[in-house]
Structures are given as structure tokens and as C-alpha cells.
Design a protein around this ligand. Structure first.
Ligand SMILES: Cc1cc2nc3c(=O)[nH]c(=O)nc-3n(C[C@H](O)[C@H](O)[C@H](O)COP(=O)(O)OP(=O)(O)OC[C@H]3O[C@@H](n4cnc5c(N)ncnc54)[C@H](O)[C@@H]3O)c2cc1C
Length: 439
């Protein structure tokens, strides 16, 4: 199952040449395309499946500053401004609402983690604050659990993933971008040491710059070019309920569930305390780099050995532009919904807010998330391939920062003043991290 995305009329044909060719029609590639079109720069987005059909439509829609690392906050703050004006900019609904986000703690240790986060971002003058159990009851009435406390940011919010990317894509097209679906990019070709063209399954496109916004697939694309990008997949399962009377419009994250109100009056729910890490060869190749993250999240990550191992093995690691690439073999990554996690989320949520015991489940889906070792994305030029820029590895929180990330990538590609300091997102940081080995 996959959420139904608002359709967009895209191009049937690829151009012979362009200025910037963008690989990947998720929110990041599409936002970059819109920013380029607004600057009058010819660009084309190539999407192997359908726009936003992978992570960008399957996410929870949270647009948050709360619990973001200080390094990622300038981009979150810039993106929040872009979300505020997105409906006007695109002329279409994106469902953005600033209804607040709160994270709840059951134990003193969990609460202390929130206090430490709040301390670490003092310099940003956020409206984030700690909550007492009484304040939680007032903001989200009808609860049964005894919370130790929480952290709350009233200016955080959410948008609708099934609308947002479509709105951005349609606006980019209206302003001059080309977007082509069902067109996998196999590889790129160089001339005089720099990017000269993209080789797609429908032919070659000459271009001056390439932006790779391929999320889950970027590691494989770059590996074929001899560049190591450390990202590993995890997956999460999501529930959408029928419209119902819920306790609040604030998005609430507890240790083992989360919920937020959908535009249609239903709720989007997940088991926040558990992510599946289906083992692949990459876990053996680069797993060492993730040891600190694994240690910190050992209760949240459930490692499994299943069909993903063989599915991953069956996809090539190296190929040429003349051959069918792995990107054509899997047009849309559609992981299996984990029924156990769905059931856990609903049980935990109904125990905390009994009103959810009556929720009717309308839809469930799963999505794969590309995680870097430090959970920050890579928005960066690739030093040894002039003309190639990356905007990838958003580690489960790139919907909220997608508009800003796309704009920052457009800035890097065109040499414009960057929206925010791109230093935290440099590719090279991942090579100097402990435990690095190429692979
Ligand atoms: C269950 C779930 C919940 C999440 N919740 C949140 C949340 O609440 N808030 C938040 O901020 N983030 C959340 N995220 C993360 C967020 O969805 C992602 O960080 C964001 O969508 C990444 O956007 P993207 O454009 O990089 O990736 P994607 O949307 O995955 O787009 C990449 C696209 O590139 C295409 N592609 C790749 N390689 C090629 C190729 N060679 N040729 C052509 N096309 C190619 C793919 O087909 C894909 O469509 C969640 C993710 C999941 C799965």
C-alpha cells in the first residue's frame, strides 16, 4: 500500500540538453527544481518512478525544530519560513499548519535528554519549553498515563506529504522546469574531468551540473562511480485513521507512539519507539560507523534478516550506461507493512489516550529511510567530480527541511549565496568520522 499522491502532469520526453539535471523527484529534488526555475535556470528532474512516491509521500509530515541538532537548526528555521509562504508561492494547498509539537517523557532519563537538547539550542531563541505533567493534561486532555514531563514548541507543525511535493512540482513546471517520471538515470559521463551528461534509460542529456537527490538510492548510484556514501536503510510503518474526535491538534511524540492530525480529520500514527533495520550487505560493509548511534538507540532498532537481504543482493553494484540499472528494476521502493509495529502503536496510543481505542484504520503503509552515521544529510559538492552536487541522506527528518535543503542545493549548484552555512553538510565530514572505511 502507498498513500495516494495528488497527480501532476509531467513531461513525456526528455530534453537533449539542459543546464542542471536533477536525479530524484522527492521533495528535495523538486524544491531545488522550483528554486532554479524561479532564477530562470533551465533544469530537468528525472524520476525513476513517480514523483514523491518513495519517502516524500510516506512520511508523517512533521515540520519541526524540536529535538533537531543545533547543526541542523538554521536549515529548519529557514525551511519553516519557506513552509509559511509555500501555499502562496506554489498557488496550491500543502496543508501546512503550525499547531505545535510536543515530545513526552516517561522517565527522568528521557526528560533529562530533552533538557539537555533545550540547553544545547539556547542560542537560537526558540519558543521551545519544558512541560509539566499538569500542562500536558491541559494541552492534550483525556490522557491516562503519568508522564514525567515533556518538551513543547508551539511554532512547530506539519504539512501534508501527499499534497506538498505535488504542489512544488506543479509550480516548478509552471515556472519552466521539466519533470520526467518513469525515467531512471543510469549514470553520468565526464568530459575533461567534469560532468558532461547524464545517461538515462531513454537516452543522454547534456548538462553543465548534476544534482543527485536520490535518497535511498544515492549510495548505489555513487558506488558505481567509485564514491563511497555511507547510508544505511531502516524502515517504519504508518497508520492513517478515519476522521475522528481526537484529543488535540498538537503533534505528540511519546517513546513508543506518535500521532498528529491529518487535514481530513483523521490521525497519522506510528510506533515511534521502533524502527526495523532489515540487514543488507551494506550493514556488514559500513555498520561499524553506526556503532555510536546503535548504542544510543539500541532499544529502538530491531534488526531483522529477511527477504530484503536477497532483494538487495540481486541489485547490481556496478553497471554501465548501456545496461538496465538497479533503478529501473525497482521503480518504487514499497516495503512491507510491519503488522506487529502497527498493532503496538495502536495499543500503546490507546492506553495513553483511550479515545484512540475507537479509531478506525483507513490505510497503512511503510517507508524506507536513508540514515547517515551522524543523522545529518549531505548537501555538498563532490570534490573529485566537478559539476556533481549531492542533496541526500536526510536520515528520517528531511520532509520538514526539504524546501530549505532544495534551495540550499540550488545555491551550491549555481554558486549563489547559500541559504544557510552548508559546512555541517559537507560530504568530507563522513570520511573523517571514526570507523570510516571506503565501501
Ligand atoms: C515512515 C517515514 C516517516 C517520516 N517522517 C518524517 C517526518 O515526520 N518529518 C520529516 O521531516 N521527515 C520524515 N521522514 C523523512 C522524509 O520523508 C525524508 O527525509 C524526505 O522525504 C527525503 O526526501 P528526498 O527527496 O531526499 O527523498 P525521496 O522522497 O525518497 O526521493 C528520492 C527520489 O529519487 C528517486 N531516484 C533515486 N535514484 C534515482 C535514479 N537513479 N534515477 C531516477 N530517480 C531516482 C527515487 O525514486 C525517489 O523518488 C519520514 C520518512 C519515512 C519513510
Amino acid at each position: 500500500m502507498a498513500p495516494v499522491i495528488k497527480p501532476v502532469q509531467t513531461s513525456a520526453d526528455i530534453p537533449q540538453q539542459t543546464t542542471v539535471a536533477i536525479i530524484g523527484g522527492g521533495i528535495v529534488g523538486l524544491s531545488a527544481s522550483l528554486a532554479l526555475a524561479e532564477r530562470g535556470i533551465p533544469n530537468v528532474v528525472l524520476e525513476k518512478g513517480r514523483i514523491a512516491a518513495e519517502q516524500s509521500s510516506r512520511n508523517l509530515g512533521w515540520v519541526r525544530k524540536t529535538n533537531r541538532s543545533a547543526a541542523d537548526l538554521p536549515l529548519s528555521i529557514a525551511s519553516e519560513r519557506l513552509w509559511q509562504e509555500m501555499q502562496q508561492r506554489t498557488g496550491a494547498q500543502v496543508g501546512y499548519r503550525q499547531r505545535g509539537i510536543m515530545f513526552l517523557a516517561r522517565t527522568e532519563t528521557e526528560l533529562e535528554a530533552s533538557r539537555l537538547w533545550l540547553d544545547s539550542v539556547k542560542g537560537f531563541s526558540l519558543d521551545s519549553r519544558m512541560l509539566t505533567p499538569t500542562e500536558i493534561d491541559l494541552l492534550v486532555p483525556g490522557g491516562r498515563e503519568k508522564w514525567a514531563g515533556g518538551v513543547y514548541t508551539a511554532s512547530d507543525g506539519y504539512a501534508e506529504p501527499t499534497l506538498a511535493s505535488s504542489a512544488i512540482a506543479a509550480a516548478a513546471i509552471a515556472k519552466g522546469s521539466l519533470i520526467v517520471e518513469n525515467c531512471a538515470v543510469r549514470t553520468l559521463s565526464l568530459a575533461a574531468g567534469r560532468v558532461a551528461s547524464l545517461i538515462t534509460e531513454r537516452g543522454e542529456i547534456r548538462c553543465q551540473q548534476v544534482l543527485l537527490a536520490g535518497a535511498m538510492w544515492s549510495r548505489r548510484f555513487l558506488g558505481n562511480l567509485g564514491i563511497s556514501l555511507p547510508t544505511l536503510p531502516v524502515s517504519a510503518s504508518v497508520i492513517r485513521t478515519a476522521p475522528m474526535d481526537g484529543p488535540t491538534e498538537i503533534a505528540v511524540g511519546a517513546p513508543d507512539f506518535s500521532f498528529r492530525k491529518h487535514q481530513d480529520g483523521g490521525f497519522i500514527i506510528t510506533q515511534r519507539g521502533a524502527m526495523l533495520a532489515p540487514l543488507t550487505m551494506d550493514h556488514l560493509r559500513i555498520g561499524l560507523k553506526y556503532l555510536p548511534t546503535l548504542r544510543a538507540n539500541r532499544r529502538n532498532i530491531r534488526i531483522s534478516l529477511g527477504r530484503e537481504f536477497l532483494a538487495d543482493l540481486s541489485l547490481a553494484r556496478s553497471w554501465t550506461g548501456e545496461r538496465i540499472s538497479p533503478f529501473e528494476r525497482m521503480r518504487i521502493m514499497d516495503p512491507v507493512v510491519n503488522q506487529k509495529l502497527i498493532a503496538e502503536a495502536m495499543t500503546n496510543l490507546a492506553a495513553a489516550w483511550p479515545v484512540f481505542g475507537n479509531a478506525a484504520i483507513r490505510e497503512t503503509w511503510a517507508g524506507s529511510i536513508d540514515i547517515t552515521p551522524d543523522s545529518l544529510p549531505v548537501i555538498s559538492a563532490v570534490a573529485n567530480i566537478p559539476g556533481l552536487t549531492l542533496a541526500t541522506g536526510f536520515s528520517g527528518h528531511g520532509f520538514g527541511t526539504g524546501p530549505g535543503a532544495g534551495q540550499l542545493a540550488a545555491d551550491l549548484v549555481t554558486g549563489g549565496t547559500p541559504l544557510v552555512d552548508p559546512a555541517p553538510y559537507r560530504l568530507e565530514r563522513l570520511y573523517s568520522a571514526p570507523g570510516h572505511r571506503a565501501g
